[in-house]
Design a protein around this ligand. Structure first.
Ligand code: ADP
Ligand code: MG
Length: 623
């Protein structure tokens, strides 16, 4: 006779809430059911080990999954410890259901979205997709009878003798009509791949008994001792786990037992674009059971630009995220991971500079972001931040500035011991570091710099404006950054001309310029080829770029633009002597050319420039 019972927890209210709140994370049910099978096998093996259960030595411990679309059932079967009738009553009807109620209370407290991986819901989570669940189980104990339990998860259940012949448990989920996707083989396989990839016993789909291959890797590489792993194994594991067919640049194998357990591998991927952040994936596991990706409480957010697996059995899981954030242990784990990454980078920088430079384009955004987000990280890796200069050499700022200081100090007054004090003073003056943000767009300026024997660094990733501001903030006495078009360095200038002549020139030029409010200044440059260049104040431009980065208004990066007229250029030198019509034509043409070399023209300006050019050509052939 089947025994009937009422489920004592107020579960009739639970289902609708669970279904609603966990809607997007329903997937986890399969992990929970399979993980229970894993636990059951582990328990059984323990009993055998302790001599409390017989056999099991050459038994193939595994979990078999199958789906039947006609019967609308999804079945998960293990050969673990099994349950007696009393145990089913206790562990399923009481514990599993009250566990779910507990979970729900925590979930509510955490604001509905706070519990990572939704741990704690356990067996009950299968009701998110099932209208009815049957359990067929048989305890490991000698002479145990099979048990059959069944419930719709809402209010009542039945329990009776069942016909399970073998030790273990079979969970049969009657999938609800609206959840029938969970009967699709492809869907099931992908869930297993996501949640159960590294579970410790073989998992099969539609086990036939003949040469079946398990879906999971029961001994994932990250659990091995790093000294037993080969380069090819690391790459293979990367390909399989992240489906990235580009080899990773390098990796870090974490392997720690004390004061907390932490195993895993972090890979530095090749990046495909330097224009945007490419989010990686750091998968978090707990004892080989997948929890979630990119849990920022455990893995600092900037590290999620990497790809990796982290297995942390010591993380408390059925707690809210805000709890995790304040958990000392979790903070220690997070700091440890960051430190390991910094160690790897500094190690590589010191021991294999060539490889480091080769990887630099792929890792620079990651490192810069890490520095901005985490001061500790910055102080650890700051000497490994390198920049390409105009000669194509990569140097860190210390090397770059050191060299620049030497160059700036003429040989005869190089400080000697007696002038130590003098030198100290000098140290406090920030060194001006010129940078290029667009090697093509700023080609004209670069050309002038090179001719004058000046150097600059290339800062052309989207994060660089932020990063150099960050560096100035961290090292205010060390350096300040100026874009190559922000002002005219003394080294570019020749002898100064007469103040009066310069004034006459700028006034005449301004008067001749149509429709533009640009400031005009005269300078005598060493290089007479260029009639004029545009300078834009570093501060205004950077301010505009920051605003644009955050999508704010007022992002006019061209405010504070100055047109520098080069009095060493023959056209400019002749300017004041021209007639009104020529002044007008030349002034605008010079301005457009300078603007083009700095940045695009507006559509109206482009049109006027094109017209001027056409008439120039006409005059040229008629000459
Ligand atoms: P948890 O796994 O966190 O204990 P669950 O709700 O997943 O919570 O399961 C409740 C209990 O039911 C388990 O602790 C276990 O005793 C029992 N149980 C569930 N599934 C199985 C199984 N496949 N084999 C044996 N016992 C099981
Ligand atoms: Mg469980």
């Amino acid at each position: 006779m089947a025994k009937q019972g009422n489920i004592q927890i107020a579960s009739e209210n639970m289902m609708p809430i669970i279904k609603k709140w966990l809607y997007s994370d329903k997937d986890i049910f399969l992990r929970e059911i399979v993980a229970n099978g894993v636990d059951a096998i582990t328990k059984y093996k323990k009993l055998v080990e302790m001599g409390e259960a017989k056999g099991g030595n050459d038994e193939h411990f595994c979990i078999k999954i199958s789906a039947d679309k006609d019967a609308k059932t999804l079945t998960v079967e293990d050969n673990g410890i099994g349950m007696s009738e009393e145990e089913v009553e206790k562990y399923i009807t009481q514990i599993a259901f009250s566990g779910a109620a507990d979970f729900l209370a925590k979930y509510e407290k955490a604001g509905g979205d706070g519990i990572i991986g939704h741990f704690g819901l356990g067996f009950y989570s299968a009701y998110m997709v099932s209208e009815n669940i049957e359990i067929f189980t048989r305890s490991y104990r000698e002479g145990a009878k099979g048990v059959h339990w069944e419930s719709d998860g809402e209010s009542t259940y039945t329990i009776e003798d069942g016909d399970k012949a073998e030790r273990g448990t079979k969970i049969v989920m009657h999938i609800a009509d609206e959840e029938k996707e969970f009967l699709d083989e492809g869907r099931i396989r992908s869930l297993i791949e996501k949640y159960c990839a590294f579970m410790p016993y073989d998992i099969y789909y539609n086990f036939t008994g003949k040469e079946d291959k398990p879906l999971n890797d029961t001994h994932p590489l990250y659990l091995k001792n790093p000294k037993d792993c080969t380069e090819e194994e690391y790459k293979e594991f990367y390909r399989k786990t992240f489906h990235d067919y580009h080899d990773p640049l390098f990796w870090i194998h974490l392997n720690m037992e004390y004061p907390f357990r932490l195993k895993g591998i972090l890979y530095f991927p090749k990046v495909k674009s330097k224009a945007e952040l490419e989010r990686g994936k750091v998968k978090l596991y707990c004892n080989q059971v997948y929890i979630a990706d990119n849990i920022k409480e455990v893995i600092p957010e900037f590290l999620t630009l990497l790809n990796g697996v982290i297995d942390c059995p010591d993380i408390p899981l059925n707690v809210s995220r805000s709890f995790l954030q304040n958990d000392r242990q979790v903070q220690k784990i997070s700091r440890h991971i960051t430190k390991k990454v910094a160690d790897k980078l500094t190690g590589l920088f010191k021991t294999d500079r060539e490889k480091y430079v080769q990887c630099w384009n792929d890792i620079s955004v990651f490192i810069k972001l890490g520095c901005i987000k985490d001061e500790d990280f910055y102080s650890k890796v700051k000497d490994c931040i390198i920049f390409k200069d105009l000669n194509g050499e990569y140097k860190n700022l210390e090397e770059y500035i050191g060299k620049k200081r030497e160059e700036d100090t003429p040989a005869e007054d190089k400080p000697d011991a007696a002038a130590d004090k003098e030198e100290e003073k000098k140290e406090e003056q920030p060194v001006t570091v010129y940078y290029v943000s667009d090697e093509v767009g700023q080609a004209q300026y670069i050309e002038m710099f090179k001719k004058a024997g000046l150097n600059a660094i290339v800062c052309d990733t989207f994060i660089d404006t932020h990063f150099i501001s960050y560096l100035e903030y961290k090292e205010p006495t060390k350096m300040r950054f100026l874009r190559i078009d922000a002002d005219v360095d003394a080294a570019l200038k020749g002898e100064e001309g007469s103040e009066e002549a310069d004034k006459a020139l700028t006034e005449a030029f301004k008067a001749a310029l149509k429709n533009t409010e640009v400031a005009v200044k005269a300078e005598r440059l060493k290089d007479g080829n260029v009639p004029a260049i545009i300078n834009v104040s570093e501060f205004s431009r950077r301010f505009g770029e920051m605003n644009a980065f955050y999508g704010l208004a007022g992002a006019d990066a061209d405010r504070d633009m100055t047109l520098i007229l080069n009095t060493a250029n023959p056209v400019i030198a002749a300017f004041t002597g021209l007639d009104e019509e020529k002044k007008n034509f030349v002034a605008n043409q010079v301005y457009y050319m300078a603007r083009l070399a700095y940045k695009k023209l507006s559509p109206e300006e482009m049109k006027a420039f094109a017209e001027n050019n056409a008439s120039l050509l006409k005059n040229y052939i008629e000459k």
